[in-house]
Write a protein that binds this ligand. Structure first.
Ligand code: FDP
Length: 338
């Protein structure tokens, strides 16, 4: 009879893991990023609790406002934004905050000012909230520029300048996936301990997958390269299987599956949405950073996402990311259309 594996008595918590990465940096590590990540952990637990109880404590539905994108804000969007802004300000480690829910960047007062800037979407996938489908928080972290006291210029920089990025997925479990520039690790919240435990060490996107993820309802607007690519994966040469479609409509959930199972996630620009839908700073950059750190590729179709230079904190961009070979296949259709 197979022996049952004994429960672990040596849990690697997120804080322990990040601290051990800090130790590798030697004296250069001041502990500030660890403290900032601690604040993000706390906000994630707080938001996770509210997401779980939303139906019971009347947190579903609209808050009655529209955000900077002209989208209706849900009560949970507003609450999650407030939780993050308060906690990040109080951490004393931030200088500039950019949230999807706020028109302007928040410049932190001198008393609470630190060295980092955090760009975030506090609750991504809002259209799924009321149905209890997976939603998430996405964040990216920059160090302020040398000599800067913290201005919006500190975040109007290419995503490759980020020092860390991650997301938290509120689903059947609460997962935090993080990179501090040294690979990607995934942690699962053990609600009884109140700690994120390392459950997915060193996530690597498979080099090729079998899944494509796109809102195909928009296909009448798609540009030629996207249509041709989709045709190619749905009508493979004989003997090969077509790709399966999976689209949740929450970027965090669709990207999480793509990182673990491989394949390609797409939200292209098209004839109707000339710049695409997803936001560069706090959706595309963090997810592109994680994808590359996990060995995948993230592109607009013609450019590496992490090389884009933002000019506006809420700008949008076209996104294709996932398994290296799948995304390279897509890129070939763009190159062929030149
Ligand atoms: P949502 O509008 O529900 O907040 O950018 C937000 C986002 O969700 C992403 O999470 C998701 O990938 C995408 O938009 C879904 O957009 P469509 O409904 O147009 O497919």
């Amino acid at each position: 009879m197979a022996q049952e594996e004994a429960p672990s008595t040596d849990l690697i918590t997120l804080t322990r893991h990040v601290l051990s990465e800090g130790f590798r940096l030697g004296p250069a590590a001041t502990g500030d990023l660890t403290l900032l990540l601690n604040a993000i952990q706390t906000t994630s637990k707080f938001i996770a609790t509210n997401v779980r109880r939303a139906r019971l404590i009347n947190l579903v539905g609209l808050a009655g406002e529209t955000n900077v994108q002209g989208e209706e804000q849900k009560k949970l969007d507003v609450l999650s934004n407030d939780i993050m802004v308060n906690s990040l300000r109080a951490s004393g480690k931030t200088a500039v905050l950019v949230s999807e829910e706020l028109e302007e960047a928040v410049i932190i007062d001198e008393k609470n000012r630190g060295k980092y800037c955090v760009v975030f979407d506090p609750l991504d996938g809002s259209s799924n909230i009321d149905a209890g489908v997976n939603i998430g928080t996405i964040f990216g972290i920059y160090h302020i520029k040398p000599e800067s006291k913290g201005t919006v210029e500190d975040v109007l920089r290419p995503g490759r300048d980020m020092v860390a990025a991650g997301y938290v997925m509120y689903g059947s479990s609460c997962n935090l996936v993080l990179s501090t520039g040294n690979g990607v690790n995934g942690y699962t919240l053990d609600a009884s301990l109140g700690e994120f435990i390392l459950t997915h060490p060193d996530i690597q996107v498979p080099s090729r997958g079998k899944i494509y993820s796109i809102n195909e309802g928009n296909s009448c607007y798609y540009h030629e390269p996207v249509l041709k690519y989709l045709h190619s994966i749905k009508n493979p040469p004989s003997g090969k299987s077509p790709y399966s479609a999976r689209y949740i409509g929450s970027m965090v959930a669709d990207v999480h599956r793509t990182l673990l199972y491989g394949g390609i996630f797409c939200y292209p620009n098209d004839k109707k949405s000339k710049s695409g839908k997803l936001r560069l700073l706090y959706e595309a950059f963090p997810m592109a950073y994680l994808t590359e750190q996990a060995g995948g590729v993230a592109t607009t179709g013609t450019e590496r996402i992490l090389d884009l230079q933002p000019t506006n904190i809420h700008e949008r961009c076209s996104v294709f990311l996932g398994s290296k070979e799948d995304v390279q296949d897509l890129i070939k259709f763009y190159e062929g259309s030149k």
